[in-house]
Design a protein around this ligand. Structure first.
Ligand SMILES: NC(=O)c1ccc[n+]([C@@H]2O[C@H](COP(=O)([O-])OP(=O)(O)OC[C@H]3O[C@@H](n4cnc5c(N)ncnc54)[C@H](OP(=O)(O)O)[C@@H]3O)[C@@H](O)[C@H]2O)c1
Length: 284
């Protein structure tokens, strides 16, 4: 029985492999997978088994998963194809007789207006209907999503967004990765859904203050209306679809959809989540 980690060429998947080993998984029980194993050669160099697993190539998924395995399914980044890709992994896990699927989902995936949630809700439903035992890890926002704001604050003295007074309970990818490893190594998490997020939720004035502390010069938050935000993004050359997506996401934050602090993440990893300042500084 092995721990099969998907998308381990990505940030989260790679950190999950590291976290499994750090939390005591036997090195020969961990299989790092990616659609291109050249990208995970560093794991092979450390003696970790690697395998090809491409969400869009069912034959690769079937050969990577065996009976009794725990599959840690990191959600795909191919928005629009995700349900089909995730379903292929679920089908293969079921056919192989996998012990469990651990899926990285989104906050309150089954009951939220979050623009990114529909794929996650549909994937959760597909997994639940498959009969394969599961654990849903509804990951909140990564602190690293805001790493780029540090440079903006440094260069212009301001950060802009249309989030109003909205708050985000972000945590570092490493925190979420540790949660995935902890869930994989603890059978009692089977059948449970966790709402994972940082211990505290910050707003954009606090983000600006934090960035100011990192760059050493004053940084302020300038609130934009959604219309001003859309015009600003278009002036940067972003296409219409991306502009609409970013403005809608800021609307979701304004509406409080990413501010919940359930404590589930700290409980799973057994330590406080990484504070915003520390997470942002580490991402520079
Ligand atoms: N909660 C948040 O704030 C947040 C933010 C961004 C994304 N996400 C979600 O969380 C996931 C993990 O985040 P991350 O930071 O690790 O993203 P990332 O570093 O961009 O990694 C994405 C991973 O998905 C892999 N992938 C894409 N298509 C694939 C396919 N057909 N078969 C197998 N693997 C495929 C990529 O493989 P390659 O290396 O071959 O490209 C890469 O390993 C993302 O995919 C996205 O669904 C969450």
């Amino acid at each position: 029985m092995s721990y099969i980690v998907t998308a381990s060429s990505g940030h989260l998947g790679g950190l999950i492999v590291d976290a499994l080993l750090a939390r005591g998984a036997a090195p020969d029980s961990v299989v790092a997978t990616a659609r291109d194993t050249a990208k995970i050669q560093a794991f092979a160099d450390r003696g970790i088994t690697t395998a090809t697993l491409d969400y869009s190539k069912p034959e690769t998924i079937a050969s990577a998963i065996g009976a009794g395995d725990t599959v840690i399914l990191v959600s795909s980044d191919a928005v629009g194809q995700r349900l089909e890709q995730h379903s292929a992994v679920v089908d293969a896990a079921k056919a192989a007789g996998a012990a469990r699927i651990i899926y990285t989902s989104a906050p309150k995936a089954d009951d939220t207006a979050l623009i990114l949630a529909p794929d996650h809700k549909a994937t959760e439903e597909y997994i639940a209907a498959s009969g394969v035992p599961f654990t849903f890890l509804r990951n909140g926002w990564y602190t690293e999503n805001y790493a780029g704001e540090v440079a903006k604050g440094r260069d212009s003295g301001e950060i802009t967004a249309s989030v109003g007074e909205g708050r985000v309970a972000s945590a570092s990818r490493k925190d979420y990765a540790e949660a995935a490893a902890a869930a994989a190594l603890d059978e009692s998490t089977t059948g449970k859904t966790y709402e994972l997020s940082g211990d505290s939720a910050w707003n954009w004035n606090e983000l600006a203050e934090t960035i100011s502390g990192i760059v050493g010069t004053p940084v302020v938050y300038r609130a934009l209306t959604p219309e001003e935000h859309a015009a600003q993004l278009a002036s940067f050359g972003l296409d219409e679809g991306t502009v609409g997506f970013v403005v809608a996401l800021d609307g979701n934050i304004r509406d409080g959809l990413l501010e919940a602090t359930s404590g589930d993440l700290t409980a799973l990893i057994g330590r406080p989540t990484t504070p915003l300042a520390e997470g942002l500084a580490a991402a520079q």
